[in-house]
Design a protein around this ligand. Structure first.
Ligand code: PGA
Length: 236
C-alpha cells in the first residue's frame, strides 16, 4: 500500500484528482469507478476545473459508481446518480451512455445487481477505482460483517452508516435503509485503487485498514491484498 498523508484537504483533492487525470490521459477510454460522499466532492471540483481549462477530456471514459440507495429514483436529490450529475458528470464532457450507476429504483434488486456485474465485465473491468471509507471501515456499502460479500448486492445499512448519512435527509424516515453496492470482489478486481479520507474520525479505520488484521469486520482491510492501492489521508 502506498500511503500519502496530506497537511490539508486541498492537497488531498489535488493529489487524488491528479491521479485520476493521469489515468485518463494515459488511457483516454479508461473505465473509472467513482465514489460519492463528502470526501470526493473537492476532487470532482478539481477535475471540473481541469476540464474547463482544457486539460482533461472525459469523452471516451466509461464510469461505474460504487453504490446507490435502494428505493430512490435517480431524480431524487439524495440519490447518488443525482450527486454525480451535480458534482461531476453534468459539468464535463462525459458520454451519458457510458455512465453506470446501480439502479436503485428497480424493484428486482437481484436482477439490477446481476446486470451491473455484467455491464462491468462487458466494459472490460475497472481500470481505476476511487474509494472513500466509512468510520466503521466500510468501502462502498460493504459494512462490517462475518464474511466479505462478493459481487454487487443488496445491503442493509448499519446503524453507524444510517447515523452518518442521516444529515443529508430531511428526516430519518425519508432515508432508505438499504442500498445496492459493488461487493468486495467487484472492488478488488479493479486494476488500481485510490482510497481517500480526511478527519480524525476516520483515523481508527485507516490504521486498522493498513496495520490491522484482514477481516470482514473492517472491510477495507481486504485492500492489503490488492497489488496497487494508494491511500491519501488528511488527518484534519
Ligand atoms: P464520506 O463517506 O466521504 O461522506 O465520509 C465515505 C464513505 O462512507 O465511504
Amino acid at each position: 500500500m502506498n500511503i500519502i498523508k496530506t497537511d490539508n484537504r486541498q492537497q488531498l483533492y489535488e493529489q487524488a484528482a491528479t491521479l485520476i487525470a493521469a489515468q485518463i490521459i494515459a488511457k483516454p477510454d479508461s473505465v473509472i469507478g467513482f465514489a460519492t460522499g463528502s470526501t470526493p466532492e473537492g476532487i470532482y471540483q478539481n477535475l471540473v476545473e481541469r476540464y474547463k481549462n482544457n486539460f482533461l477530456d472525459f469523452s471516451a471514459i466509461t464510469s461505474f459508481n460504487l453504490d446507490e440507495y435502494y428505493g430512490l429514483a435517480g431524480s431524487h436529490p439524495q440519490s447518488y446518480r443525482y450527486y454525480m450529475q451535480e458534482k461531476l458528470f453534468g459539468q464535463v464532457n462525459i458520454n451519458a451512455e457510458k455512465i453506470h450507476i446501480p439502479d436503485g429504483s428497480r424493484k428486482d434488486a437481484g436482477a439490477a445487481c446481476q446486470d451491473y456485474e455484467k455491464q462491468m465485465a462487458q466494459a472490460g473491468g475497472i481500470d481505476f477505482q476511487l474509494l472513500g471509507i466509512g468510520r466503521n471501515g466500510h468501502i462502498g456499502f460493504n459494512e462490517p460483517a462475518e464474511f466479505f460479500p462478493g459481487d454487487t448486492h443488496l445491503v442493509d445499512l448499519t446503524e453507524d452508516t444510517l447515523q452518518a448519512n442521516q444529515r443529508f435527509f430531511a428526516s430519518r424516515e425519508e432515508m432508505p435503509t438499504q442500498a445496492l453496492s459493488m461487493g468486495i470482489k467487484s472492488i478488488m478486481k479493479a486494476r488500481k485503487i485510490v482510497l481517500v479520507a480526511f478527519g480524525e474520525d476516520k483515523r481508527e479505520a485507516i490504521e486498522g485498514m493498513v496495520n490491522g488484521p484482514i477481516t470482514p469486520q473492517l472491510p477495507a482491510s481486504v485492500l492489503q491484498l490488492h497489488p496497487d492501492v494508494t491511500i491519501i489521508y488528511c488527518p484534519v
